[in-house]
Design a protein around this ligand. Structure first.
Ligand SMILES: [Zn+2]
Ligand SMILES: [Zn+2]
Length: 83
């Protein structure tokens, strides 16, 4: 259906799709956007999901060392440490 895109492009009279209800502290309504902006939104949502599903990159400083048969290992990441 033709209407106004509520997202980034703000175009009027484009074919838009209903995305869902919007709710802010002061107003509630229905959100519509064009295909291009929906694609952008989907991209953002996927990116965010990917970011959340990945554990934050942990940089090990190998602070604590462990001596075991065969060598020295980091107590944190278990990597062998060559001194
Ligand atoms: Zn748009
Ligand atoms: Zn380590």
């Amino acid at each position: 259906m033709p209407g106004r895109c509520w997202l980034w492009c703000r175009r009027e009279n484009v074919s838009v799709l209903w995305i869902g209800p919007v709710r802010t502290p002061s107003v509630a309504g229905e959100l519509y956007a064009c295909g291009q902006c929906i694609a952008e939104l989907v991209h953002l949502v996927r990116e965010e999901q990917r970011r959340r599903s990945l554990p934050p990159e942990r940089i090990c400083e190998h602070r604590e060392l462990e001596r075991r048969a065969g060598g020295t290992f980091c107590a944190g990441c278990q990597r062998p440490i060559h001194l």
